[in-house]
Design a protein around this ligand. Structure first.
Ligand code: PHE
Length: 450
């Protein structure tokens, strides 16, 4: 294993948490989790989701961190090094492709948050009726030049940070952004809970309606868990490769999963009470954050300030995630194609922006271009989060469960025996049997084959 000592490592435990939790916490928590919860039966969906995070997500995350730190390489190179004669490196490549796709559509929604920050500064959505708000959102996303502009701005912000390096870029900015995110979300939660009539929303979050749980919902929950924890696509392999040999992978996986789940729940606590207090549908779909919330903000005292804070929150959450997506591709370009970091970042972002532009346009001029009834944006989202991530996740757990020797795995997780790996047998059992089976069953179920 060449290169171990010359590889840049994250500087501190706090830094590792900020960077990895930064990747996990994103639009998935604040924008996607609440609308999926609203659509799929409130608390029932949350319970199912928590179950998946604890019994599958956590172990899958640990697998990725272990692969990355063991190999000290990007996701493709890691598999190549650990299994020189196998075909496993295709799993790493799948991760690079998935990152590429997610970065492209995700930056669109991230770009919308910039537009809405701008609108909350200018007060553009104040005084509009619900119908006008929904109209202006639909007009905005259909406006190619404008959405493309914001998408590109967002991509360039991400590029700037990734280009600055691991500790001086990614870690430095995450250490500022993650605490800021917590402060903002707590302010918004307190505001939401003190609104009159907010307890109806809390009830919705707390009372499970299990009749809503169907096979499709289980697939949704699994897809959401993988997406939200940034699993199955090499992000945590790549980040794991920058974690020092003395750091504790188990506690990193635990704190990152906890943070991610906590922020999703806090986002629910912020959105549902507010939605119920103002009589807005909780299952409004993806427009929830961009239509329903502005409707709420403009009815509340100090709404413009809260709107500004909310969209800044979304933008920060998105930025720490796009950084990690870009880093997967950049690390691959730097190490496998021998580019400088600067060149790798520029080439990666330039090519992703082409796909990003196409998905921006798929809300307007390219709306009619569809496959299986899905637009370019929908296709990118569906393929990457419902297909590629679980498939990647499946092969990653299989690799760790069946290809690594137990001894090797135990040494990696216990830092060569210096840590007590108490849950190792449970972890091994999950990784060998439960996680792969669950992922396969849920898949067959979703395809109607089981
Ligand atoms: N986890 C991020 C979110 O919840 C999205 C993401 C997925 C980031 C996969 C990186 C990799 O928004």
């Amino acid at each position: 294993m060449e290169n171990i000592s010359s590889r840049e490592n994250f500087g501190s435990k706090f830094g590792i948490w900020a960077v990895a939790a930064g990747s996990a916490v994103g639009l998935g928590n604040i924008w996607r989790f609440p609308y999926l919860t609203g659509k799929n039966g409130g608390a029932a969906f949350i319970i199912l989701y928590l179950f998946i995070v604890v019994f599958i997500g956590l172990s899958a995350m640990l697998c990725e961190l272990a692969i990355g730190r063991r190999a000290q390489k990007n996701s493709f190179g890691a598999f190549k090094l650990l299994s020189p004669n196998g075909k496993w490196h295709y799993v790493g490549l799948l991760g690079v492709v998935a990152s590429f796709m997610i970065f492209s559509f995700y930056s669109n929604v991230a770009g919308w948050t910039l537009e809405y920050i701008w609108q909350s500064v200018t007060g553009a959505f104040m005084g509009k009726s619900n119908q006008q708000l929904s109209q202006s959102f639909n007009l905005f996303i259909a406006n190619g030049p404008r959405t493309i502009f914001w998408t590109l701005v967002f991509m360039l912000m991400t590029a700037f940070i990734v280009m600055s390096g691991i500790t001086k870029g990614i870690e430095k900015y995450s250490k500022i952004m993650m605490p800021a995110l917590f402060v903002i979300i707590l302010i918004l939660d307190i505001k939401a809970l003190t609104l009159e009539g907010s307890n109806k929303g809390l009830e919705f979050l707390l009372y499970p309606d299990f009749s809503k749980i169907t096979a499709g919902v289980v697939v949704d929950a699994l897809g959401q868990a993988f997406f939200s924890l940034s699993l199955g696509m090499g992000v945590l392999i790549t980040y794991g490769s920058y974690i020092g040999k003395k750091d504790n992978l188990g506690s990193t996986a635990l704190s990152v999963s906890l943070t991610d789940t906590l922020v999703a729940l806090l986002a629910g606590v912020m959105i549902f009470p507010a939605a119920f207090a103002f009589g807005i549908q909780a299952d409004a779909g993806p427009g929830l954050a961009f239509i329903s919330l502005p409707a709420i903000f403009q009815q509340m005292a100090g709404g413009q300030v809260f709107a500004f804070l909310f969209f800044v929150l979304l933008a920060i959450a998105a930025l720490t995630s796009t950084i990690s997506l870009l880093e997967v591709v950049v690390a691959y370009f730097v190490e496998e194609l021998k580019m400088t970091r600067k060149k790798a970042t520029l080439i990666a972002v330039a090519s992703m922006s082409l796909l990003g532009i196409l998905s921006s346009l798929s809300f307007g001029p390219l709306k009619e271009i569809t496959l299986f009834g899905k637009t370019i944006f929908d296709l990118l989202e569906f393929t990457s989060s419902n297909l590629l991530l679980p498939i990647g996740g499946l092969f990653i757990v299989l690799f760790v469960g069946w290809f690594f020797t137990t001894k090797e795995l135990q040494l990696e997780l216990s830092n060569n025996g210096s840590l007590k790996a108490r849950f190792f047998p449970v972890f091994l059992f999950i990784v060998k049997f439960i996680a792969p089976l669950a992922i396969i069953l849920v898949f067959l179920n979703g395809l109607g084959l089981f």
